[in-house]
Design a protein around this ligand. Structure first.
Ligand code: HEM
Length: 416
């Protein structure tokens, strides 16, 4: 076993760097750079003690991995360590990595069948109407803390808006969105609450599906019900569930990172205020530097092959190293700030599983950032940027909090 690269806290037994050590580091790019120096563009890491995986960090290798589904499957039933019991059935990895009968776990024609309703539904979204709805939800939430003069923009804003906004795309009102959010919090809470949370989450969405079957509306729930590719209620429900669960934490992370950039990075903030860069540039810069899925599970090799100079065995697990690939010296510009308009990052991945919701994700994130900046002029972070910590996860890097103050906004409307 090779020695861990400097700066990488390796696991004592295997000598491999745990993936969560990168996402949890003060600067994740330092850890990826050290891994790259040691291994090249594809590194061996550990997902949990005793469970290894390949972390694909080269931009070119990421394109090979995501575009070549004859060689790299999305279906976790091809994962050798899962088949052979190296990953235990109650492993904390499985909620994110275990196979489910939905678009995420499918390859080839079955994937295309389940994927078309998502792409077609997203294409039907009326963007002007959606923007107005999201703006109203943001205003309503900001009114809760505007008069206080202080807030935590993660806990009180970035973690709440995405669920409310996604729910509204599926035709739920703000109360319905809050109900879904409570169910989701229970789902990820203690084991006791978890099952009830899951049931409640699905019941709310099932009720909406049944209502829309009776009374169609101009929303994504109706678009899925109308789609000829989906065969039964279970597939309708799974399609809604997968969209809401894939969109929730990613959009939270994108809002939080964009706000963090604007509030903490004096160079960026001054350029923004100086008018050279707009909100879209801040959103793109956040996708380059802190992609919402820092690492994304996974692909499974269907036969022995080679990637980045390493021998990959049939059944090996390969993780999409999105943040590391965005920092690949082959594509990363010398200048720390990306050229405006450059969207060659891999934040939304590539290939057949590329995120189907890039347009609504940007619409929600952009509206959330713009509305809070507009409503609360003079926002200031109240802790030094270096003190920001991240929620522990090998996949995402969401700040635990963004405490801010601002001149209280008197007369802020309180919605019932
Ligand atoms: C910050 C915003 C978002 C980012 C950065 C993001 C990123 C990603 C990434 C990296 C993938 C994985 C692709 C792969 O395995 O190769 C993905 C897939 C997916 N995303 Fe997003 N996503 C975002 C928002 C959303 C939203 C708002 C929704 C739903 C409304 C959504 C729905 C999905 C779905 C359903 C998939 C699976 C697609 C498939 O397997 O074919 N995402 N996304």
């Amino acid at each position: 076993m090779t020695a861990p690269p400097p700066g990488c806290p390796a696991h004592a037994a295997t000598g491999l760097v745990p993936l969560a050590a990168a996402t949890g580091a003060p600067d994740h790019r330092e850890v990826y750079r050290a891994l790259r120096a040691e291994w090249g563009d594809v590194a061996r890491v550990e997902l949990e003690p005793g469970v290894p995986a390949w972390l694909v960090m080269g931009h070119r290798e990421m394109l090979t991995l995501t575009r070549n589904e004859q060689l790299f499957s999305r279906d976790a039933r091809n994962w050798r360590d899962l088949r052979e019991g190296v990953v235990s059935p109650d492993s904390g990895l499985l909620p994110m990595m275990g196979w489910r009968a939905n678009v995420v776990g499918a390859d080839g024609p079955e994937h295309r069948r389940l994927r078309a309703p998502l792409d077609d539904g997203v294409a039907r979204i009326d963007q002007r109407r959606a923007r107005r709805q999201v703006e109203a939800l943001c205003e309503e939430l900001i009114a809760e803390f505007a008069a206080r003069g202080s807030a935590d923009l993660v806990g009180e804003y970035a973690t709440i808006i995405p669920m409310l906004a996604l729910a509204s795309l599926f035709g739920l009102d703000s109360a319905g969105g809050h109900e879904l959010l409570r169910a989701l919090i229970a789902l990820f809470g203690s084991a006791d609450d978890s099952q009830a949370g899951n049931r409640q989450f699905e019941e709310i969405l099932l009720d909406t599906l049944r209502e829309r079957r009776e009374r169609p509306a101009d929303d994504l729930t109706t678009a899925f019900l109308d789609h000829p590719n989906l065969r039964n209620e279970a597939e309708h429900l799974q399609s809604v569930v997968v969209m809401i669960s894939a969109g929730n934490e990613t959009v939270t992370a994108w809002i939080a990172h964009t706000l963090r950039l604007l509030l903490c990075d004096p160079r960026f903030a001054s350029r923004l205020h100086g008018g050279r860069l707009g909100i879209d540039d801040a959103l793109d810069e956040a996708l380059w530097r802190d992609p919402p899925m820092n690492n994304m599970p996974a692909r499974y090799a269907l036969r022995d092959t080679e990637l980045g100079g390493h021998r990959i065995r049939e059944g090996d697990c390969l993780i999409l190293g999105i943040a590391a690939a965005n920092d690949d010296p082959l594509i990363r510009p010398e200048d720390e700030l990306t050229e405006p308009g450059n969207r060659a990052h891999l934040a939304f991945s590539a290939g057949p599983h590329v995120c189907p919701a890039q347009v609504p994700a940007r619409l929600i994130t952009r509206t959330a950032v713009k509305t809070v900046l507009h409503r609360l002029p003079g926002l200031r972070l109240t802790v030094p940027a270096e003190e920001i910590r991240w929620r522990p996860s090998p996949w995402t890097r969401v700040p635990t909090a963004l405490p801010v103050d601002f001149p209280p906004a008197p007369g802020a409307v309180r919605h019932p």
